[in-house]
Design a protein around this ligand. Structure first.
Ligand code: HEM
Length: 497
């Protein structure tokens, strides 16, 4: 296997723009976690903010968390991909600016305009508020989402440009010559393969998402312009599902890049690795019907596709990443610190979170479970203990003073606090799901409240631990910005081959 699937040089420090992304991430993450706590406190009947506030917080939390994981994932992808291809810093910054403007519009639309139609803005709800919010509030919310989507689209188009300049086309970036022909060991590194896949699926999803948002904005002001509700729902879920999935595929690049640096072993782009990413490129785009299994008016073949693809797509990337991590860590003498711990546990969180989705993807189970807290149980597992854990791992990696610096006891305690907190929190969701507690209910029946109250304790543990990670990152920022080996050795090596 060629050396260039692996970049062994030290990679300390990050570009200021990456740090700006991460600072935005920790600010929004903390705020959204607090909104999550407020919702859980309301369901537990510890506070009484009322249904309207609950749904406003739910709308902000859903949109905010999905958006901010997109920003964090993009920061990781850009930081590492830039070592292989020439990306535009201007476009990267423009995406952050558009994101912040979009967030501002969403905040005004929700907090002042009282829009609370959820981050899934299902047609025709935004236009039919029955007096609960104004046309302007719905327009600000959907316009904000559209602006954020446009920013991300620009970013991925730049990634597509840079990859095409370096590799000629996307089939080469996905390693198809090595996958379908003779493996000469010159497949692109995992970071490039993952970025190529994410770019393909995200451009597809974002164009479809922007189209439905635009149509719904027109419908808001020209009600005679109607949209087929099933088509609208399909477009929204296609876009939403791809976007949230892509966040973890981008964050997984931290695993591919950092664990090899710790173990001094290469992460190879072998045939199985390449096949998994290629298979998922297609499957992630067509998997969304598993959100629509209860919509009986869709054709049966469409729903069966949802079930079959859900089963199939649970495994490829997750298995090659998890197995790959075990292979390179096993007997490597790896030094366990906060970064490597987070990256390793993230694979467990990703895997554990996929299992409830696998079960829920079965049509007969879905009829009973889909509208229960089982589903938030699934996605909070893979997002908190998978995606967010990868982001915390990346942050610790950036601010580590030197290779041998020991972790503080507080950090280690916070790590285990976070893991325990997430496991406890998601188990209260999953258990409530098995008890048929519906999701998205502001008011819970008295017999559901005990689970909510236990959940609150674990949420406090998650937030307290996250505060430690965030403070450690913010206080180490100066270290994170130093010695950036700009597109250094790796780029030079990649160009030679
Ligand atoms: C401390 C951490 C968190 C807490 C306490 C929390 C809490 C909650 C609660 C209470 C709900 C509503 C559940 C329901 O009754 O349906 C919810 C929904 C949701 N959460 Fe979280 N959450 C946290 C972290 C996250 C993270 C990290 C993400 C994504 C990266 C996320 C994404 C979502 C989404 C997409 C929804 C669905 C919104 C909807 O149904 O419209 N959450 N969360």
């Amino acid at each position: 296997m060629a050396d260039y699937t692996y970049t062994p040089q030290p990679d300390r420090g990050a570009d200021a723009s990456v740090l700006a992304y991460l600072i935005t991430t920790v600010g929004v993450l903390l705020l959204m976690m607090t909104l999550g706590l407020l919702m859980r406190l309301e369901q537990a009947q510890y506070i009484s903010i009322g249904p309207q506030w609950f749904y406003e917080l739910l709308t902000l939390h859903g949109a905010g968390m999905v958006g901010i994981t997109g920003i964090a994932g993009a920061a990781i992808m850009w930081h590492f991909l830039r070592q292989y291809v020439d990306l535009s810093r201007g476009i990267f910054i423009a995406n952050l600016v558009l994101f912040l403007v979009g967030v501002g519009m969403i905040l005004v639309g929700v907090l002042f305009g009282h829009f609370h139609g959820a981050w899934t803005f299902l047609y025709p709800l935004p236009a039919k508020s029955m007096g609960l919010w104004s046309q302007g509030a719905a327009a600000l919310f959907m316009g904000g989402l559209l602006l954020i989507g446009v920013g991300f689209l620009l970013l991925y188009l730049d990634v597509a440009r840079a990859i095409t300049v370096r590799y000629g086309n996307f089939s080469r970036a996905l390693g198809w010559p090595q996958l379908f022909g003779h493996d000469d060991g010159k497949a692109p590194p995992p970071t490039v393969v993952a970025s190529a896949m994410v770019t393909i699926v995200q451009v597809t999803g974002l164009v479809i998402g922007a189209s439905i948002l635009t149509m719904m904005l027109v419908n808001l002001y020209v009600p005679a312009f109607t949209i087929d509700p099933l088509l609208a729902k399909s477009m929204i879920y296609l876009f939403g599902h791809i976007f949230i999935n892509a966040t973890i595929y981008m964050a997984a690049i931290a695993v591919y890049e950092i664990l090899p640096r710790y173990t001094q072993r290469p992460w190879k782009s072998g045939k199985v690795f390449l096949a998994s990413w290629t298979a998922s490129t297609l499957m992630v785009i067509i998997i969304f019907p598993h959100h629509l299994l209860m919509d009986f008016s869709f054709p049966t073949w469409f729903l069966v596709t949802g079930q079959v693809i859900s089963y199939l797509n649970t495994f490829p990337i997750l298995v090659v990443t998890g197995y790959g991590a075990l292979l390179i860590v096993h007997r490597s003498g790896i030094r366990w610190d906060m970064a490597s711990r987070f990256l390793f546990i993230s694979l467990f969180g990703w895997g554990a979170g996929a299992m409830p989705a696998f079960i829920d993807g079965t049509i007969s189970v879905n009829f009973v479970m889909h509208n229960t807290l089982w589903v938030p149980g699934h996605f909070h597992t893979y997002l908190l203990l998978g995606m967010v854990a990868m982001v915390f791992g990346f942050m610790y990696y950036l601010v580590k003073p030197n290779q041998n610096a020991p972790d503080h006891f507080i950090d280690r305690a916070a790590f285990w606090g976070f893991v325990t907190g997430v496991l406890g929190f998601i188990l209260t969701f999953l258990y409530s799901g098995t008890e048929s507690v519906p999701r998205r209910y502001a008011v819970h029946l008295p017999q559901w409240v005990p689970y909510d109250r236990v959940g609150v304790l674990f949420v406090i543990l998650i937030i307290a631990s996250s505060l430690v990670f965030i403070l450690r990152f913010l206080t180490g920022l100066r270290r994170a910005g130093r010695e950036y080996p700009r597109a250094s050795l790796a780029l030079a090596q990649a160009r030679q081959t």
